[in-house]
Design a protein around this ligand. Structure first.
Ligand SMILES: Nc1ncnc2c1ncn2[C@@H]1O[C@H](COP(=O)(O)OP(=O)(O)OP(=O)(O)O)[C@@H](O)[C@H]1O
Length: 324
């Protein structure tokens, strides 16, 4: 079942910029420049892109906060801005910088307010809260006023608040930003569990590469307001020619140049050489060559790092065939 359907979505902002000492000129910023996207029920989608790519703007349009300049979009069958109230009952939103919690009251009271706002039957509310308490370890700070919570504790509270009415789709904008390692793990573990159950669709923007590796089965990358990749992480690696590294330890320094298709020398430190292999190169061919030179002592293969592939992707201009 399709829960998000987006066709030709655009958002332009008119900004005033100072020209010279006194004059101000209007300039149009195209934040989202024609996005098509279909998301099915239960998908866990990573929505990525460099700073200013248009991620938050897209999320704001999907959640009914911003009116699109043009294009069509439905979320859970609703058009977000005109049907914002109906949509609010079906979605959950966690925007890292904004809080849905009541600052001066204990966390528990915010959850009680949510129950009334969304008219959740008491039994359903209690069951949802019990699950969040267990999975997010809330009990130690349920009675603490929100303003006294640490960032990680608050984020766990925000996630709970967004989920208590059992939304079909949850939108998360940078949910792990600024959290310590343990809180990050708690949040990721919770989202992974939510994803595994398969009935909640999750759309997540993040700059944290560990979030992507741990959670996102599908990755949509945008740049300059356009989709430049839509697929799995392994497709991303294959498409952007991410390179494995083979580090070899030799008995004596190499005197012959090793020339193989798709293999290049990345660094040489005495008898230790790091080779970079593109997606089509075979490790076996490199090993066979080094053995034939009679010099190989030890070898380690490092799989492509996600940092490598994402930085290559962000550096390749949108619409142009990526580097291989
Ligand atoms: N209210 C606004 N008025 C004017 N320009 C805006 C407004 N909101 C966003 N923009 C511009 O639209 C573009 C996309 O911004 P957006 O916040 O969607 O990017 P992002 O991908 O979420 O970036 P980041 O990773 O830094 O959060 C940027 O050039 C930004 O300056």
């Amino acid at each position: 079942m399709t829960v998000i359907q987006v066709r030709g979505l655009r958002k332009e902002f008119v900004v005033k910029a100072k020209v010279g000492r006194f004059r101000r000129e209007s300039r149009v910023v195209e934040a989202v420049a024609g996005i098509d996207l279909t998301v099915e029920r239960g998908e866990l989608l990573g929505y990525l892109g460099p700073n200013g790519a248009g991620k938050s703007t897209t999320l704001k349009m999907l959640t009914g906060v911003l009116m699109p300049s043009s294009g069509e979009l439905t979320v859970c069958g609703f058009t977000p801005v005109p049907q914002r109230r109906k949509l609010a009952a079906r979605i959950g939103v966690v925007f890292g910088q904004r809080s849905a919690l009541l600052w001066d009251l204990p966390l528990r009271d915010s959850f009680e307010v949510m129950r009334h706002v969304f008219r959740v039957p008491p039994g359903d509310h209690a069951a949802a809260l019990r699950r969040c308490r267990e999975l997010l370890d809330l009990d130690a700070f349920l009675d603490t006023p929100v303003r006294q919570l640490s960032l990680g504790q608050r984020m766990r509270g925000e996630l709970t608040a967004a989920l208590l009415h059992s939304p079909e789709v949850i939108f998360l904008d940078e949910p792990t930003i600024g959290l310590d390692v343990l809180s990050k793990q708690a949040v990721r573990g919770f989202l992974a569990e939510l994803g595994r159950r398969g009935d909640t669709t999750i759309v997540l923007t993040t700059h944290d590469l560990a979030d992507i590796e741990r959670l996102c089965r599908r990755i949509v990358v945008i740049d300059h307001g356009r989709v430049v990749h839509d697929g799995s992480l392994s497709e991303l690696h294959a498409r952007y020619g991410s390179r494995r590294r083979v580090v070899v330890e030799l008995d004596t320094p190499l005197t012959t140049v090793v020339e193989l298709p798709g293999v290049s020398v990345e660094s040489v430190e005495g008898t230790r050489i790091t080779f970079a292999l593109d997606a089509h190169a075979e490790v076996g061919d490199l090993v066979a060559r080094l053995v034939s030179l009679g010099t190989l002592r030890d070898l380690a293969i490092a799989e492509p790092a996600i940092e490598d592939v994402i930085s290559r992707l962000y550096l390749s201009p949108a619409g142009v065939e990526p580097v291989t």
